[in-house]
Design a protein. Structure first.
Length: 71
């Protein structure tokens, strides 16, 4: 979880989520423990950041292709 937290703090949200999600998914019980609650909170935050990033990409203006004219 420490590496995921470091990557999150460095802005590497996708990498952090990709590291933490499978490990969190291994658990079938113990979700009330502080460690898994923190992991869930980090995953929720990372997912929200990823979703905002994707929405930002979708709403970014697309440059029109440049037209080249021969002289």
């Amino acid at each position: 979880m420490s590496l995921a937290r470091l990557w999150r703090d460095q802005g590497k949200h996708t990498e952090a989520r990709d590291l933490l999600a499978p490990v969190y998914g291994w658990f079938t019980e113990g979700f009330g423990t502080p460690v898994l609650q923190e992991a869930k909170a980090q995953l929720d935050e990372l997912s929200a950041n990823s979703k905002r990033a994707i929405e930002g990409i979708k709403s970014a203006p697309v440059n029109e292709p440049l037209l080249h004219t021969s002289a």
